[in-house]
Design a protein around this ligand. Structure first.
Ligand code: ATP
Length: 316
């Protein structure tokens, strides 16, 4: 089976217990939960039985070991996660506002996540990789951008493939080196996985299908637009397929996009058709939102298949 690799931040997430609870006053918290988009992605792929490894850095503290133990238990390759004494693992504190939006207090750039590097462990992991997944939010420093470039070049040299989940906010585009890095990543991307509006950051067309076609014309083979509870839409040269989401009670949406992407890419790498890949990905995305904590709803293949067999979908 093909091995996929991702690089970027590991952190823990700590949530305000109540919706609308402000961090400007003391209050009850839940967590720590293992987190970090690349860690969620790799953990979900591993739970589906895909060989998957992560290049990352954590502090030699409980938060770092919580993540490493979860990834290890779920079958991920943790050989390229370096542990740094005297550095703290990153944290994200999250409140959910009454209008459904999220408010974050982050410590990632200054955390151990910033110590990521192309060391011997990372090179060894990439030497056995067939696919590299890039996340826009992980390109937060020149060091991570360098690791991503190395990862892309390593898999492409071996005839491998690249997927890209932009997950990018407009203000990030002005960070030094970011536009060049995104241009480079897009020029190497085989599978592009934006959430609805993100597609338009990279295209001139103002309608979804036109924007997706522009991406295909650039040489990307597959575009999958994630649409939250509505599911996802898949575009390739043979056309458009809409796949409805599954009906669930949403408890915590963080991480759904990463679980969806991991499942879709894993099934794409197995050579499964788009309908099956989308169904499994929508199932994993739906299960992800049913638990508090971004990695707590991650399902195995047997669990997601059982969920799909007994669930109903919403409107496409
Ligand atoms: P995030 O950045 O929060 O991880 P995202 O914006 O990248 O997410 P979404 O479109 O929100 O991605 O969600 C990804 C997938 O997860 C959807 O395509 C769908 O399959 C599933 N999903 C998300 N929210 C729900 C929901 N409320 N009910 C059912 N499925 C959902």
């Amino acid at each position: 089976m093909k091995k996929l690799v991702c690089a970027g931040e590991i952190l823990v997430e700590i949530m305000a217990e109540r919706i609308g609870q402000s961090f400007r006053a003391p209050g009850p918290l839940v967590g720590p939960f293992p987190s970090g988009a690349p860690a969620i992605f790799i953990d979900q792929a591993a739970r589906l039985g895909q060989p998957a490894g992560l290049i990352a850095a954590v502090g030699d503290d409980d938060f770092g070991h919580l993540n490493i133990e979860r990834l290890r238990a779920d079958g991920a390759d943790i050989s390229a996660i370096t542990v740094h004494q005297g550095a703290a693992t990153g944290t994200a504190f999250i409140t959910y506002e009454t209008d459904g939006s999220r408010h974050f207090v982050y410590n990632i750039k200054q955390s151990a996540a910033g110590l990521i590097e192309m060391g011997a462990e990372a090179r060894a992991l990439l030497a056995g990789a067939d696919h590299f997944h890039v996340m826009g939010t992980s390109l937060f420093s020149p060091e991570v951008i360098e690791v991503a470039r190395n990862g892309i070049e390593a898999v492409k040299r071996r005839g491998g493939t690249v997927s890209f989940d932009p997950n990018i906010r407009k203000e990030m585009l002005d960070l030094p080196g970011m536009r060049d890095a995104l241009h480079f990543v897009l020029s190497k991307t085989d599978v592009f996985l934006p959430s609805g509006p993100e597609l338009f950051t990279f295209a001139e067309a103002t309608d979804e299908e036109g924007a997706a076609r522009e991406m295909l014309d650039r040489g990307i083979s597959t575009v999958v637009v994630k649409k939250g509870a509505q599911g996802a839409v898949h575009y390739d040269r043979s056309g458009r397929i809409a796949s409805p989401g599954f009906v669930v009670d949403e408890i915590d949406p963080t991480g759904a996009g990463d679980c969806f992407a991991a499942a879709f890419v894993s099934f794409w790498l197995r050579g499964e058709g788009p309908k099956r890949a989308l169904e499994i990905a929508n199932g994993c995305g739906a299960l992800a939102v049913t638990k508090k904590g971004p990695m707590e709803g991650i399902a195995s293949l047997a669990e997601v298949e059982a969920f799909i067999a007994t669930s109903r979908t919403g409107a496409p």
